[in-house]
Structures are given as structure tokens and as C-alpha cells.
Design a protein. Structure first.
Length: 94
């Protein structure tokens, strides 16, 4: 059964790393999920030490940058997987 690009994007948007897991890149997806949680916790921790206006800028930039990267990576892996499937020659013994 083929994978769906809209479902891959939906899962990657909903929870970072889950789109990768759906595509079969389980180890990569788990690493991305753990990294996203670590970034989220680090941003919360650093916000206490950064003055108010700056903390509201730095947190979203760091968090959204990683989130966008993993989304692009999931789409790239989907496209790579599709091109590998389309380029394969099926040889059967008849």
C-alpha cells in the first residue's frame, strides 16, 4: 500500500517526527520527536533568563525553525520514496 503525501504532511504538522515514522523512517522520526521535545523544554527554561520582549521572539523562531525543517524533510523523504518506487523495474519470472 502506498503512502499518502497529504497524510504525511498532516502527521508532520500535528506532531513533529510522526510523518517520518509513517513513511517508515522510525529511528529518524523518534529522534526528531525527542529533539522537538528537548527544544520545547529548552525554550521554556531559557525564557526565564531572557527579558520579556526578546523571549517572545527567540522561542518561536527556534521552535518554528526546527518544525519547518522537519516538515520539509518529511516531504523530501516522501518524494524520494515515490521516485524510488516509480524508477523500480518489476521483473517477474513467467
Amino acid at each position: 500500500m502506498g503512502k499518502s503525501l497529504p497524510l504525511t504532511i498532516f502527521l508532520a504538522v500535528l506532531i513533529p517526527g510522526v510523518g517520518h515514522i509513517y513513511l517508515g523512517y522510525k529511528k529518524r522520526g523518534i529522534i526528531i520527536l525527542i529533539a522537538r521535545i528537548a527544544i520545547w523544554l529548552a525554550v521554556i527554561w531559557f525564557i526565564r533568563f531572557i527579558p520579556f520582549p526578546l523571549s517572545w521572539v527567540i522561542g518561536p523562531i527556534v521552535g518554528s525553525g526546527f518544525w519547518i525543517w522537519q516538515l520539509i524533510d518529511a516531504v523530501r523523504l516522501y518524494n524520494k520514496m515515490r521516485s524510488d518506487l516509480d524508477g523500480r523495474i518489476n521483473v517477474s519470472n513467467h
